[in-house]
Design a protein around this ligand. Structure first.
Ligand code: DGJ
Length: 328
């Protein structure tokens, strides 16, 4: 009897782990997203990069028990974009420019530099009134940190608040940043060592933040949100055949009354599979009073011939080999 139980147990285990019957992993936009140790994922305003067969997700760590004097960037890694393992708080910073109470570190993004072998972390660094308006830069020899603060600056001499990250198909790295005085987005190419923003590609005259970019089938799509603080609004997109522009007018990514389903853009992630290329709209559903409990809205967008549409959020899965997504 005991033996039979053992054999049945083994059979159940084999069945559950067999690729054909293994449980399909599902992304549930807006739900609490737990890491592999059961903790709520802290990667707000974040970015995802692929590195040696793994995805890495970096973002603001707003854990309630964090030291209120410090700011934290967390990192997670995954092979399937669904189950995330924590690599911990990879960057812990104490007010590096004496910005005072409630200083700000937001929207961290990591750029791996193949020339130098370093990993370069960019973030929005500010005081409580958002007047400092600079980027901060930190580096590490390892993707999973620890990162060390290097400097802060105004890219291309401009005020910079929300930042977005873009790595083109040829590997070139760009920062998208919002400059309020000129009311628009700059797209700037990073210097060879990634420690500076060295060249202006575009200035897009549109007062937007939460900038993100993707290059799909020869067309660049830039996405941004209107400036309504933590409150959601209808995010918009424009397109161009080159990073230099000209850019089209901005259009809503979804019905404007949906206000991007309560979310604000942070990144457009391209997954190239054998059957299709999928672009994932990654956004934050902010909860300003309990930022640690802010949620994530990740959805594959419908994208074709210069049109981009964000469907209403619902659970979905992706086959990373083929790139094919399925709504659940
Ligand atoms: C909107 C920005 O996109 C966020 O990153 C954050 O700075 C909030 N504003 C603060 O109100």
């Amino acid at each position: 009897m005991k033996k039979l139980g053992f054999v049945l147990g083994i059979l159940v285990l084999l069945a559950c782990t067999h690729p054909l019957v293994a449980r399909v992993r599902v992304i549930r936009p807006g739900n609490v997203w737990l890491d592999s140790s059961g903790q709520q994922i802290q990667a707000h305003g974040g970015g995802v990069i692929r590195w040696h067969g793994r995805y890495y997700w970096f973002g603001e760590d707003r854990t309630r028990t964090n030291d209120p004097e410090k700011r934290y960037v967390a990192c997670y890694f995954s092979k399937d974009l669904v189950r995330w393992n924590s690599c911990g708080q990879v960057f812990v910073l104490s007010d590096p420019e004496h910005l005072g109470k409630n200083w700000v570190l937001e929207r961290p993004k990591v750029f791996p530099n193949r020339r130098t072998g370093k990993f370069v972390l960019y973030f929005h660094l500010d005081d409580a009134k958002y007047q400092f308006a600079r980027v901060g830069v930190a580096v590490s020899n390892r993707i999973d940190g620890p990162y060390t603060y290097v400097h802060s600056f105004r890219p291309l001499g401009q005020e910079s608040r929300d930042i977005g990250q873009f790595i083109d198909d040829d590997g070139s790295a760009y920062l998208i940043f919002e400059a309020r005085p000129t009311r628009g987005f700059f797209i700037g190419r990073l210097s060879d060592d990634y420690l500076e923003v060295s060249e202006k590609m575009s200035f897009i005259h549109a007062p937007l933040e939460g900038g993100a970019l993707v290059h799909d089938k020869g067309i660049y799509y830039v996405v941004g949100s209107h400036m309504t603080g933590w409150a959601p609004n209808s995010n918009v997109y424009a397109t161009s055949n080159t990073l230099i522009g000209p850019w089209t007018e901005f259009k809503d990514v979804a019905p404007p009354e949906a206000k991007t389903y309560g979310a604000q853009s942070t990144m457009l992630l391209k997954v190239e599979g054998t059957k299709q290329t999928t672009v994932i709209f990654m956004a934050d559903i902010w909860k300003p009073k309990t930022l640690w409990d802010s949620r994530y809205l990740w959805m594959p967008v419908e994208i074709e011939d210069g049109k981009l549409h964000l469907p209403a959020p619902q659970p979905w899965s992706i086959n990373l080999k083929t790139g094919v997504t399925k709504l659940k």
